[in-house]
Design a protein around this ligand. Structure first.
Ligand code: N01
Length: 547
């Protein structure tokens, strides 16, 4: 890349950090306000999560007819999803189609990592700098940098000496990896591990899975898209999208539960769980009863049903018990969807190692050793160890203001936002699906569209009132963070050590980050705040000092 540090800064109305699903929709939507916008993307291609996560079996766990943009009726009518759940290549193809169809590429700069974003309070503008020293100045800054975009390899001793090849699920080689004939180790059994393990097991000579925490997983029941299902869905698309807005997960098509799990006799309850198990999909299962995520006794019934399924599927007793999660209620960590995950442990070439009772001590040139001294020979090592979730991407950028605010300092004790969209002390900076937003607990594209539409509405409101600055008040931010915590505390979510809590990153503050009060409630609240003239925000006009 050329050194751009000496060229004149580019001037925009809106600088967007990230060229994934959020950044691309932000370009499209904000252009419609007549604004000059441009997105900066670290990857060599657009697509964000779906550009980077190319591990074997990578697939969305929300059905493809739902997990897609809703902003253009013709787009959703025209696009054909070949399977019930979109694969990574299919979703990336879709994203590229959208970029071409709406002429978004001309406003995306690839291979460009943003290093800093500084708000000049006098000039009332953001100055954003890239890794090559290029400078961009803009009135507004939209952080669309993703929630699960900062891959994390644990700090194991000896990794540099490993003689084989190693990989992280979120930084997978574009040319793919052939594990044929190799002794492979996978560390991590979250959504990524659960999806890749069955596929790697079919290739590898031997696969050893190193599990710290067992995770609940349900069968996805993926299948080619049934033609009648697609036809029916497309005939009702606008109504289905509208109905999804009225649900907690922004996903339609599931009957609203009406009873507590404890109001139902055991045989009837288990029959209902069996139906959901056969149907496949996580929302359907967690939506079987009203209180599975708020009442421990109710949740126990749903958790035990899945534990019993694991015991039925996995032949080796000890392995089955290790795989059956007992340390968290089902659904309080991201519930995985799989294709043949538990069955994989019946293969003679697969073994499961419990690294909770005997943690990994170090990586060695030819494998790894545990604290007990047990040694494993490995030709390849895969880290499915997750991400510095929700705050990682923003904390990698120096975000500050000339008034002395610094985002890392502001978030030292855990992230603070108002509505998950803005941060006190950082005017005109918007965050898409950030901490305090329901984004990661929803059909993410619906949340992205809602956030971006709300932001577009706010900017439009400023301009039509001859204003040029918006920022939340400290009181509104505090009240929102308190509300987010209160809502989470009334659920079972805090009982799990999850990335929702920052628990997978040593030293990260343990704060429950997503808003779990439901997308439906959240959207209504955001709309009401806008209707009341952006309550909780200070809107003002600033004389712009020429640079
Ligand atoms: O990451 P994770 P992920 N020693 O953080 C383990 C989305 N997603 O990439 O639980 C040993 O969930 C860690 O153990 P523990 C989805 O939102 C979606 O799988 O911390 N093990 C855990 O088992 C998902 O939730 C899709 O004890 C260590 C694993 O690594 C999110 O991305 C697909 C360790 C990390 O699991 C993240 O999923 C993929 C250590 N030192 C991802 N450190 C779909 O749509 C960590 N682990 C289907």
């Amino acid at each position: 890349m050329p050194d751009a540090s000496h060229s004149a800064p580019r001037r925009l109305d809106v600088v967007i950090v990230g060229g994934g699903l959020a950044g691309l929709y932000a370009i499209h939507r904000l252009r419609r306000l007549g604004l000059a916008v441009r997105a900066y993307e670290a990857g060599a291609g657009i697509g964000g999560t779906w550009f980077w996560n190319r591990y074997p079996g990578a697939r969305c766990d929300v059905e493809s007819l739902e997990y897609s943009y809703s902003f253009d009726e013709q787009l959703q009518q025209d696009w054909k999803w070949p399977e019930r759940y979109g694969t990574q290549p299919e979703i990336l193809k879709y994203i590229n189609h959208v970029a071409d169809r709406f002429d978004l590429r001309r406003d995306v700069q690839l291979n460009t990592r943003i290093k800093s974003a500084i708000f000049d309070a006098q000039a009332n503008e953001w100055t954003v700098k890239t890794g090559t020293g290029e400078e961009i100045r803009a009135r507004y800054c939209v952080m669309a940098a993703g929630n699960l975009s900062t891959p994390r390899v644990p700090d194991f001793k000896g990794l540099g000496d490993f003689a084989g090849r190693w990989y992280h699920s979120g930084l997978w080689p574009h040319e793919g990896v052939d594990f044929s004939g190799l002794k492979v180790g996978v560390i991590g059994t979250g959504s990524s591990g659960v999806q890749m393990i069955p596929i790697i097991a079919r290739q590898a000579r031997h696969l050893t899975v190193f599990q710290r925490t067992a995770n609940f997983s349900l069968p996805a029941r993926n299948m080619p898209m049934p033609a009648d299902k697609e036809r029916r869905h497309k005939a009702e698309y606008p109504a289905r999208r509208a109905a999804a807005m009225e649900t907690p997960f922004a996903i339609g098509g599931h009957a609203k539960p009406t009873r507590s799990a404890l109001e139902v006799p055991e045989n009837e309850r288990n029959a209902a769980y069996e139906d959901k198990w056969q149907e496949g999909g996580s929302i359907s299962y967690l939506y079987a009863y009203t209180d599975l995520l708020v009442n421990k006794a109710s949740n126990d019934t749903a958790s035990e049903f899945v534990r019993n399924k694991i015991r039925d599927i996995v032949k080796d007793r000890r392995t089955a018990e290790l795989l059956a999660p007992k340390d968290h209620p089902i659904g309080t960590k991201r519930l995985c969807l799989d294709t043949g995950y538990y069955e994989t442990y019946n293969r003679p070439n697969v073994s499961l190692v419990d690294v909770r009772s005997d943690p990994i001590d170090r990586i060695t040139p030819d494998g790894l050793t545990l604290k007990s001294g047990a040694a494993f020979e490995l030709d390849a090592l895969v880290f499915a160890t997750g991400f510095d979730a929700m705050t990682g991407a923003l904390n990698e950028i120096d975000v500050a203001t000339t008034d002395g605010a610094n985002l890392r300092a502001h978030w030292e004790g855990g992230p603070l936002t108002y509505l998950g969209v803005m941060v006190e002390g950082f005017p005109n900076m918007f965050v898409i699906t950030g901490p305090g937003s329901p984004g990661v607990k929803t059909q993410m594209i619906a949340a992205i569209e809602q956030h971006v539409d709300w932001i577009a509405g706010a900017i439009d409101h400023l301009h039509s009132h001859q204003l040029d600055r918006i920022e939340p008040t400290a009181a509104a931010e505090r009240a929102w963070v308190d509300h987010v915590n209160k809502v989470a505390d009334a659920t079972l979510y805090p009982l799990a050590n999850s990335w929702y809590m920052g628990a997978n990153i040593p030293g990260k503050p343990r704060v429950f980050m997503p808003y779990v009060g439901g997308f439906d409630r959240y959207k209504k609240h955001c709309d009401a705040i806008a209707a009341r003239g952006y309550e909780g925000f200070t809107l003002s006009r600033h004389e712009t000092v020429a640079a």
